[in-house]
Write a protein of this length. Structure first.
Length: 681
């Protein structure tokens, strides 16, 4: 009778049917490796100098010891580096490595049944039981000799150990001491039997960015509104003259909306009026005119020499220039006539303009990413990024990336970072959570968030717990913006001066990266275009504005103070240690950050009510921030200079908006010297 393969008796397995991980002598199992994103589909993220702490469940059948190692290397290097993984208990193991080079790294875990370590463990037990060890020592010597056969330069040393272990003339105790020698164990571990190795496949990846990817302070400004005289069109040179102002407020990224030529066809008027009046300047996001497209500068802004001068001067002041990357065209853009196949044609032959029904954007043509000519489209858009990288730009804020193909972004960012690993991409995607997260997984360095609309205590706690205490933190780096040219939140419309201060403190301390759209923020612009709208009245998106930066009520000094304390306190340079603490008043929110070594601990208490004084009792998790609950500690307010002596976890706070809506407290431990003198550090 003919027997099918699936009905074969369970005798010797057919090796062709076996998965590679189940073939041969492999007995070790590797499971639940972390960190990894979607089973290793996407890389995790780190910045230069950070570490990757990898963990895994590693075990084997029976009672043999297992060994496991973490392997890691820059993607461009063939040689793996290794770190021994330490047991955490319950078959969980961990090891770390530091990333000291920009670009893509790989890491994986290898494990094996460690027969030599099993032998050493049992040898101690046999010795303690007083058993005869002569045969056991010969068995150990044989394992060492076998390892010497694959040990290369280490072979002579291993053979010496093997000979000593097998030497019956030596006292048994001396041979046992040799068996337990740490140097022998290290050599044996370095040369495991390849036939026993279980290897995690495929290797996982980590993308390493500059430190600015984790900690950055952004200021958005329209160059065309930098003119000194009313009605004048600002230039890049005018923008350069304002760099000192930006630097004095403590920002290290200057983000410019599109600086390209603006189309005339269907140009929008002031306050987004459907038709422009003579002299209206249009929206910078309507890119393209007879003077050029994405690789051109608006003639009234200046020249490429002016742009290079701006980038150079900004760099001298410690500021990186970020350019808006808006992949869309006006009807006059050269792409429309040169590559009509990149756009969607309607049945009447016209090109489909952008719509978000019932809204219509007749001045914008979106690219059609489903075009058959997509390879040429992708290459051209990549060349736009490369063009500006060639002019000194290393940071791009990407407009509405969620309206372009995911595959395109994954390809583009990887291509750019392959040659320029220092380039950063900020995703401006106010869209559904899964879409925002997917863009971050695909490679965007930082991401806009829902912070703009999170104003209540519990929604802030829930949202930032998700961003910082779940797996999302491995790939999603939040960049918090209280306002943007598109968004004047209701809280700012009605919160008054204190409302702006509250949102600034929250953004600057909850997030290691944050930004403001200025000068409207520091000058507290709060009038909407109409009731219920988040659009600014007389928005810079559609007209020139002249800003009085010297206004006595400007928040620029407060902004500078907050940014200075951000810079001076390393605890605020990361989101990894963000922890919320209990307050018995829902109008007060309390949270802390600290450095890994607990040398810098910052606690923020913010009154979310911009109009009324609020009081409450804090209940601090002192263990989480490394403070001794039995000892007093000092809370030094970095905003006002006030100092408070607190005892224990329970402490009283009162915040009156008339005097300041927040505490940003540096916590200092009490230290007692040999002379019995107390001070706080």
């Amino acid at each position: 009778m003919t027997r099918s393969r699936t009905c074969m008796p369970a005798s010797m397995p057919d090796q062709e049917l076996l998965h590679p991980s189940t073939q041969g002598k492999v007995r070790a199992v590797i499971e639940a490796v972390s960190p990894q994103i979607d089973g290793g589909r996407f890389p995790i993220k780190r910045v230069l100098g950070e570490s990757v702490r990898a963990q895994a469940d590693v075990f084997a059948d029976g009672h043999d010891s297992v060994a496991c190692e973490l392997l890691f290397r820059p993607d461009a290097e063939p040689q793996w580096q290794r770190a021994i993984m330490a047991p955490l208990g319950n078959d969980r193991w961990a090891a770390s490595f530091e990333v000291d080079r920009l670009g893509r790294w790989l890491y994986r875990i290898e494990a094996w049944v460690d027969h030599f370590e099993t032998w050493r463990r049992d040898l101690v037990k046999r010795q303690q039981a007083g058993q005869d060890l002569s045969v056991e020592l010969l068995r150990g010597a044989r394992m060492v000799r076998e390892t010497a056969g694959r040990a290369g330069d280490d072979a002579p040393h291993l053979l010496e150990f093997a000979a000593a272990l097998a030497d019956a003339k030596r006292p048994s105790a001396e041979r046992c001491d040799l068996a337990l020698d740490a140097g022998l164990a290290r050599l044996m571990r370095q040369h495991p039997d390849p036939a026993l190795l279980a290897r995690q496949e495929p290797a996982l990846a980590v993308v390493v960015d500059p430190v600015k990817a984790r900690f950055s302070t952004w200021y958005e400004m329209f160059p065309r509104s930098c003119a000194a005289e009313p009605g004048g069109h600002g230039t890049l040179r005018d923008c350069e003259a304002r760099l000192r102002y930006v630097a004095e407020m403590g920002f290290d990224v200057l983000y410019l909306p599109p600086i390209h030529p603006i189309g005339m066809h269907e140009r929008k008027g002031r306050n987004n009026k459907q038709r422009a009046d003579p002299g209206d300047v249009g929206s910078p996001w309507a890119i393209g005119a007879h003077t050029g497209g994405h690789k051109a500068i608006h003639p009234e802004l200046g020249t490429f020499e002016d742009f290079r001068s701006l980038v150079t001067r900004a760099r001298e002041l410690g500021i990186g220039v970020a350019l808006d990357l808006a992949f869309q065209c006006t009807p006059e853009h050269p792409y429309v006539t040169e590559h009509p196949e990149w756009f969607l044609r309607r049945p009447d032959g016209s090109i489909q303009y952008a719509e978000n029904p019932p809204k219509k954007y007749q001045d914008i043509y979106p690219f059609r990413f489903e075009t058959d000519a997509w390879p040429a489209l992708w290459q051209e858009l990549k060349s736009v990024v490369e063009f500006w990288v060639g002019h000194g730009v290393r940071i791009f804020r990407v407009d509405n990336p969620h309206t372009k193909a995911f595959g395109f972004w994954e390809w583009l960012i990887a291509e750019i970072k392959r040659g320029h690993p220092d380039v950063l991409f900020l995703s401006e995607a106010f869209t559904r959570p899964r879409v925002m997260q997917r863009l971050a997984k695909l490679g965007f360095t930082q991401s806009y968030t829902y912070f703009t609309w999170r104003n209540g205590k519990h929604e802030l706690i829930d949202y930032f717990t998700e961003l910082t205490q779940t797996s999302v933190r491995e790939y999603f780096r939040p960049n918090l913006w209280p306002n943007t040219p598109d968004i004047l939140n209701e809280y700012l419309q009605f919160g008054g001066r204190n409302g702006f201060m509250v949102r600034l403190v929250l953004a600057a301390t909850l997030g290691a990266s944050y930004g403001i759209y200025g000068p409207p923020f520091e000058l507290m612009e709060h009038e909407p275009r109409e009731p219920g709208s988040e659009e600014y009245l007389d928005s810079e998106k559609y007209q020139l504005r002249l800003w009085d930066l010297a206004r006595p009520d400007s928040l620029s000094g407060f902004v500078a103070r907050v940014n200075r304390l951000r810079r001076d306190n390393a605890a605020l340079h990361s989101d990894a240690t963000l922890r919320f603490h209990h307050v018995d008043n829902d109008e007060l929110i309390c949270y802390s950050k600290h450095t890994e070594d607990l040398s810098n601990i910052v606690l923020a208490v913010v009154n979310l009510d911009p109009h009324h004084a609020q009081t409450g009792w804090l209940r601090l998790d002192l263990h989480a921030i490394g403070l001794d609950p039995t000892q007093p500690f000092q809370a030094h307010d970095l905003l006002t200079g006030a100092r408070f002596l607190w005892h224990g976890a329970r402490n009283y706070v009162a915040l009156d908006p008339a005097r300041g809506p927040a505490h940003i407290l540096l916590l200092r431990r009490r230290v007692r010297t040999e002379q019995d003198f107390d001070y706080f550090m």
